[in-house]
Design a protein. Structure first.
Length: 205
């Protein structure tokens, strides 16, 4: 009998091969031919899974986002309602803490840079930006609704500040990994979240 190939799994395998090519040589090396070689496929076989390089890269970009979302879902956060510890655990998943998340961040930064000049990638990049901004708004909004936050906190301003902190920590870690440890990133995030809390809530993270 002919071997049955799981189409979705094969597409993920190709996307992961694209990540490896991008990590080792940058997006300039992420040609269909190079990715096919990394995935152990012929150039012609790639056409069974992706019609163009842009479609392949868009799928690889989506896979980064999907993997992060799946990890967060598996953590089953906020099962008993909003709490600051779960908020911090969620935000930590957006930082490059280990080999897996560092690879994802490297690839995502490459895609983000490419999206500035690629109209096929830009919409997805914008969607992820909006999704992450909503996460920040949801966390700050929940802090305000549960009276965990200091009175009078500006929800939109603090959401933008939290987003900037997460982005900044991630970028610093990627550019100077030896100077910013995961423990320090967690300490900085904890300090920031506590600074948004009232006195009673300041020990919740």
């Amino acid at each position: 009998m002919p071997k049955v190939v799981d189409h979705d799994k094969q597409r993920e395998k190709i996307a992961e091969a694209a990540w490896k090519v991008i990590r080792s040589g940058g997006l300039a090396q992420a040609t269909v031919r190079n990715i096919a070689q990394e995935a152990g496929l012929s150039f012609g076989a790639m056409r069974h899974y992706f019609n163009s390089q842009s479609e392949l890269l868009r799928f690889a970009m989506n896979l980064v986002s999907d993997r992060v979302k799946e990890r967060i879902r598996s953590m089953r956060l906020f099962a008993s309602g909003f709490n600051m510890e779960d908020a911090k655990r969620l935000l930590m998943q957006l930082l490059p803490l280990d080999e897996e998340s560092t690879l994802e961040m490297e690839v995502w930064l490459a895609f983000s840079a490419k999206s500035l000049s690629d109209p096929e990638l830009k919409p997805r990049s914008d969607e992820v930006y909006d999704e992450l901004r909503k996460v920040m708004m949801d966390i700050v909004g929940a802090m305000i609704r549960t009276e965990t936050a200091k009175p009078g906190l500006d929800e939109e301003l603090e959401a933008e500040r939290l987003y900037a902190l997460i982005d900044g920590l991630a970028l610093h870690r990627m550019l100077r990994p030896g100077s910013l440890s995961p423990a320090m990133m967690e300490a900085v995030l904890t300090h920031h979240l506590n600074s948004l809390c009232d006195k009673e809530g300041s020990d919740r993270t």
